[in-house]
Design a protein around this ligand. Structure first.
Ligand code: GLN
Length: 458
């Protein structure tokens, strides 16, 4: 009940789109009953989880924070949410997010932005909770739930975690099933947990990960016991510092944060080596071609016929409109400006005359970026970088300038393109007292190495 009260008090954060206290209470009661009966408790017995609204939840409205999916109530459960319920967790509600997970500040939601629980000292100006998993970061940072799900296509778990002083991990592509998760860019999308600390992330990820025959890209591997394997001792480990991440104009405090991270990992026993990822500067442009291309294809299904919203304009003679008119009117009314921008970019780079110049080229760059990481990992076990080039910005500060917003993803996008596990952990506060995040990037399937380095920083 305390959680229900907390969620109600935190209404101004706008983190929850739907509240499902009964679901959370049922899990808590089941945990109590198991405890009373002397049964072994499930790993997440009674834990109330916030679900990003990208995960389809049986009988609970799921909109991806869009108008076009308003009124859509799935009749099935996503694999990720089902796995969490199977582990004993309950759902506190569906969390606000950037519309279709497109954004870095949660301002593209059709249901209003989320507000970070953090403030600059002496200022009431609301700050962005990061995005696209901004409802998740805000809810966990405000203590509304001990953990939340996020999804990360180009940084949407890590950057909001960094902005709000919490931890979040994107596992290796294929660890978490995408079945029942609304698709943005299918070759990049990965679910992962966001929580207060590294250990909670490890516990949640163990419950979420695992093979799923319903997702063709799901990895047929056992789920390691990450929590049991946690160790903050990095003796014998090498930590790579990619020199290309020292981008021009990086604020001094981000440099200082990075240096502090290097010192902490050295104190934990690691050897620090400089490595090179030469194609880093092409990652952001390649991502903003590949992700919109896949999005334009994935979002073609929202046509007013199968899901949610349907707009039926009258034709000139006042009769019923044609099918194309219905599609157009539905999409015009149902998609927000950022989603429309992505669809237009995506269809452009996939169109006959431009495919080779943009899409094929971006795929080649993607391969080069993956190869950069392979080479770097011949010299080290994990990489350490800042998560984002700044602390949380004010709401509205970047919303008029999509490029400025995209630049925020500069450190998170390369590892997404390479499908690598990557995590953000709190690295301290900036001069104004706002949280900053450090990112650890690991070799394919080495979530353990990533979590251990995260623990050493924490
Ligand atoms: N900010 C990036 C984008 O807008 C990443 C989003 C995400 O990871 N879902 O595409």
């Amino acid at each position: 009940d305390a959680f229900v009260v907390k969620v109600a008090k935190a209404k101004p954060l706008n983190a929850f789109l739907v509240e499902t206290p009964d679901h959370a209470l049922a899990a808590a009661r089941a945990a109590d009953a198991a405890r009373a009966a002397g049964e072994t408790l499930k790993p997440l017995a009674g834990v109330p989880i916030g679900m990003k609204d990208l995960f389809c939840t049986n009988g609970v409205a799921t909109t991806a924070a869009s108008h076009i999916l308003e009124g859509f109530v799935p009749t099935y459960e996503s694999t990720i949410s089902q796995k969490l319920w199977d582990a004993g967790a309950g759902m506190l509600g569906k969390l606000n997010m950037d519309q279709f997970a497109m954004g870095s500040s949660n301002e593209t939601s059709a249901f209003g932005n989320v507000i970070s629980p953090w403030r600059r000292p002496g200022s009431d100006a609301p700050l962005a909770p990061g995005g696209s998993s901004g409802g998740s970061s805000s809810a966990v940072a405000a203590g509304l739930c001990p953990g939340a799900t996020g999804t990360d296509t180009g940084g949407s778990i890590r950057q909001p975690a960094a902005f709000t002083g919490i931890s979040g991990i994107k596992p290796t592509y294929g660890r978490c099933s995408r079945w029942g998760t609304i698709a943005f860019a299918s070759s990049l999308d990965q679910a992962g947990p966001m929580a207060r600390d590294v250990r909670d992330c490890a516990i949640l990820l163990e419950a979420m990960a695992g093979f799923d025959a319903k997702d063709a890209t799901s990895l047929q591997l056992d789920v390691p016991r990450w929590e049991q394997g946690l160790s903050g001792n990095l003796a014998g480990k090498r930590v790579g510092i990619p020199k290309e991440y020292r981008v021009d104009g990086m604020p001094e405090e981000i440099e200082a944060l990075w240096q502090a991270g290097i010192d902490w990992l050295r104190d934990a026993g690691a050897e620090i080596v400089e490595v090179s990822l030469p194609h880093t500067k092409y990652a952001l442009p390649a991502y903003y071609i590949i992700a919109p291309a896949e999005a334009s294809s994935n979002l073609a299904r929202y046509d007013g016929v199968r899901y949610g919203l349907r707009e039926l304009p009258a034709n000139e003679s006042g009769g019923g409109a044609g099918l194309q008119d219905m599609y157009a009117a539905t999409r015009a009314a149902g998609f927000g400006p950022e989603v429309k921008r992505r669809i237009m970019i995506g269809t452009y780079v996939l169109s006959a005359g431009f495919y080779d110049a943009y899409y094929t080229q971006a795929q080649k760059v993607r391969a080069l970026i993956a190869r950069d990481f392979e080479r770097a990992f011949e010299q080290c076990d994990v990489l350490l970088t800042p998560t984002a080039p700044s602390a949380a910005f004010a709401l509205g500060e970047k919303s008029a300038d999509p490029i400025a917003m995209y630049l925020n993803d500069v450190f998170t996008v390369p590892s997404s393109l390479a499908g690598l596990p990557a995590m953000s952990v709190p690295g301290g506060l900036d001069k104004q007292g706002l949280p900053l995040g450090l990112q650890i990037i690991g070799k394919p399937l080495d979530e353990q190495g990533v979590l251990n380095a995260g623990l050493a920083i924490e």
